[in-house]
Ligand binder design. Structure first.
Ligand code: TMP
Length: 397
């Protein structure tokens, strides 16, 4: 039933930035084999052997959603929109990060669920926060504490990170009010195939959902997909609207269209994934060749954004410190550390973006607009970005 179509090789945890590169540190670095498979029955695309979440979501978790202006704005807008459409009295978020979404509501009406203790500590000061993994046990605890019957449950870029979908959705059904709505946002499989963005596969993305797979899976747990929106965030995501099987919402026209479109792109056929896999291998060859040829011409190349996605790209394409001088990143707790697996030094853009650089690999390609605006000077004086999405090329504007 589960057929492997892509092998991205030995990979480290995308979030495991190293404090130093001493031999003893490197000896302990964790690697796993990142293989991606397709379920021919329910059309779900997933990592063959997910990593234990306790290894991933620790109190060292680096990603802060509030640090990107694009994300802050996106969360503010969606909060406003959901409030207007559903008028929820009780709201919960699973994977609340630093509170970037929940901050937009009345503090008394929200519950945060965030297993990374460093992040949960931030929101505990603002509103009720459970620093736990979302699972069946937590749903029962909420009911016991009379915190069930929630009208709006939101979860952005989190449900695709939880290996156990059965517990996830059963738990949701337990605490959702009769006409409550569960809204999830996750990268779109169709976009991954269209953009050849194989770097959406890393340890945390246990699943890359499509509307056809979500539609199939949740039925088993008394839930129903009734609407969808396509988003530009994270390089192309879907926002799925889910209600209880007997909830009052009708299936929207745009959902019908989305399901049809995915079928017309043959997301239900293994052949499409084998073809994708061939394109990925070609992309690897081209990227390696491009960087090698620039290096031979003595060009100075850095990487822009120490992203989780670039962990997949660099480790898969065997791009190393001989090819890339360093990585710049705005996140304070990534600065001074080293990239997982490839051990490139991460420094602040202030220190790293200078007139000596010829090329910058666009690790944060999903923030291209924001970055191009910010780096006008770099581009104006002839600097170019390297990207692999949707195809390997250099960009000057
Ligand atoms: P991601 O792994 O969630 O895509 O995170 C994007 C990373 O890119 C994050 O560490 C911040 C970094 N970044 C920059 O360094 N400069 C920028 O201008 C932007 C938008 C992001």
């Amino acid at each position: 039933m589960n057929k492997v179509f892509l092998n991205l090789g030995q990979q480290p945890l995308a979030n495991s930035f190293l404090k130093d590169i001493k031999r003893s540190t490197l000896r302990n670095e964790f690697f796993y084999n990142l293989k991606i498979c397709f379920n021919t029955k329910n059309y779900l695309v997933s990592i063959k052997k997910p990593v234990n979440p306790k290894k991933q979501y620790t109190d060292q978790y680096a990603h802060r959603a509030s640090e990107s202006k694009t994300m802050r704005l996106a969360f503010k807008q969606i909060a406003k929109k959901l409030f207007k459409r559903f008028k929820p009295k009780k709201i919960m978020e699973i994977g609340s990060n630093d509170g970037v979404f929940l901050k937009n509501f009345n503090k008394k009406s929200v519950i945060a669920v965030e297993p990374c203790k460093n992040l949960a500590r931030i929101t505990k000061k603002l509103f009720k926060t459970y620093d736990e993994f979302w699972n069946l046990k937590l749903s029962k605890k909420l009911i016991k504490e009379k915190k069930g019957e929630i009208d709006l449950i939101f979860s952005a870029n989190t449900i695709s990170h939880i290996p156990n979908l059965e517990e996830t959705f059963t738990g949701i059904n337990n605490i959702l009010s009769q006409d409550g709505v569960f809204v999830i946002e996750d990268p779109s499989l169709l976009k991954v195939l269209q953009n050849n963005s194989y770097d959406q596969f890393y340890d945390e993305h246990v699943y890359v959902f499509s509307s056809i797979s979500i539609n199939n899976i949740i039925k088993k747990y008394g839930l129903r997909l009734f609407d969808i929106e396509h988003l530009t965030t994270h390089g192309g995501s879907n926002r799925y609207y889910i209600c209880k099987e007997k909830g009052k919402y009708k299936q929207s026209l745009r959902l019908k269209r989305a399901l049809k479109k995915e079928l017309s792109y043959k997301l239900d056929k293994i052949k499409s994934y084998y073809k994708f896999s061939k394109r990925v291998k070609l992309s690897r060859k081209k990227l390696f060749k491009l960087i090698e040829s620039l290096k031979k011409r003595n060009k100075k190349i850095i990487s822009y954004g120490a992203t989780y996605k670039s962990t997949t790209v660099f480790n898969y394409c065997r791009i190393n410190s001989r090819m890339i001088d360093y990585v710049t990143d705005t996140t304070l707790n990534k600065q001074g550390k080293y990239t997982p697996g490839t051990h490139l030094k991460i420094i602040s853009p202030k220190d790293g973006i200078n007139d000596n650089i010829d090329y910058a690999f666009l690790g944060a390609w999903n923030f291209k607009k924001e970055i191009f605006k910010k780096e006008k000077n770099f581009l104006r004086r002839g600097g170019r970005f390297i990207t692999h999405v949707p195809k390997v090329t250099t960009l000057s504007k």
